[in-house]
Design a protein around this ligand. Structure first.
Ligand SMILES: Nc1ncnc2c1ncn2[C@@H]1O[C@H](COP(=O)(O)OP(=O)(O)OP(=O)(O)O)[C@@H](O)[C@H]1O
Length: 319
């Protein structure tokens, strides 16, 4: 079936990669007489407004027996943050509206985890070649203290990873490093800074009808695929096509042990550490009474006490 591509472009993603990729792709679409319409975001959160308007007026749910000549396909050009925002913008619409995604960020964990090419032009050809969308499981969350619900395509973290995201987002170095294609370096600086300052905090995990308590949680992440922080394989066993969540918790230990654990992590051997805990389930509830940073797909939800229930839902991605 022919398609009309509705491109939602965050030119600033990946320190300007979004703009450069969009230019190349649009040139190729123009040359190949492919039908498209472009929407450029001009401020943070603008992608949400654009996509909601498109969902109201233009986008339709996918089905294998559609009797139309041209399918209107949403395509997002941005990083994980833009994709997070677009996915949430579609929360109240039909879950069968497919999303095409061309990774242009600095981390690109969703592309890595789902099997979308990380190189934008390759991802574009992957998208053009696909005739049907693929089912990917994403995270649903309901936070009862602030009464919030939402979706996450990668992971939701409380404690260390959220504090790192917060430090990386606020560090003056991020945009400078992104310009030199060294976005992951900003994570390294932030990791080092936060590693030394983040304290252990008590946490309650409700999983499979049991309560598990930890006195000195350090890193707590619910993830739907193996990667976080720009390619770190925190949960190598996680599978975005299965309706289960992986929850990883690392206890606060001394710095020597932490660096040893990081070495294990880089070799995907973290499961051998007794300070690394892993649970797999279709549902989790996590309660942290201490005010800790919380992030969803690298977007900070706040520094706060939290009571979050997690599950999974199917979404269609075009690749
Ligand atoms: N035109 C814009 N100017 C500034 N911010 C924007 C614009 N368009 C979107 N945003 C915001 O940018 C934020 C982050 O974008 P995104 O994560 O896609 O890129 P990134 O931070 O460069 O990539 P990564 O998360 O991989 O590091 C999103 O919250 C989005 O709302």
């Amino acid at each position: 079936m022919k398609k009309h591509y509705y491109l939602v472009i965050n030119e600033n993603a990946g320190g300007g990669t979004g703009g450069k990729v969009a230019e190349k792709i649009i040139k190729q679409m123009h040359t190949a007489h492919i039908e498209y319409t472009t929407f450029y975001t001009d401020h943070a959160g603008h992608e949400r407004e654009i996509v909601q308007t498109l969902a109201q007026n233009t986008l339709i749910p996918w089905s294998n027996d559609l009797e139309i000549s041209t399918f209107p396909l949403l395509v997002v050009l941005g990083g994980d943050g833009t994709l997070h925002s677009v996915t949430n913008a579609l929360l109240s619409f039909d879950s069968k509206i497919p999303i095409g995604y061309i990774p242009c960020g600095s981390g690109n964990d969703f592309a890595r985890g789902a099997g979308i090419a990380k190189q934008a032009e390759k991802a574009f050809f992957q998208l053009l070649k696909a005739e049907t969308p693929q089912e990917i499981q994403i995270i649903t969350y309901a936070e009862s203290i602030q009464d919030e619900v939402g979706l996450a395509v990668n992971n939701i973290g409380i404690g260390l990873d959220a504090a790192i995201v917060n430090a990386a987002n606020t560090s003056a170095s991020k945009s400078a490093l992104n310009k030199f294609n060294m976005g992951s370096l900003s994570y390294i600086f932030s990791i080092l800074k936060v590693l030394f300052t983040q304290k252990g905090f008590p946490i309650l995990v409700e999983v499979n009808g049991k309560n598990v308590e930890f006195d000195r949680a350090f890193l707590c992440t619910v993830t739907k695929h193996p990667y976080f922080g720009g390619g770190v394989p925190i949960a190598p066993m996680a599978d975005p096509r299965k309706p289960v969540l992986d929850f990883v918790l690392v206890e606060r230990i001394n710095m020597f042990k932490i660096f040893w654990l990081i070495l294990l992590l880089l070799r995907k051997k973290q499961m051998h550490s007794k300070y690394f805990h892993h649970f797999q389930s279709s549902k989790f509830r996590i309660v942290s009474t201490f005010p800790e940073y919380v992030h969803a797909d690298g977007e900070i939800l706040g520094e706060r006490s939290t009571d979050i229930s997690f599950g999974t839902e199917t979404r269609l991605f075009w690749f």
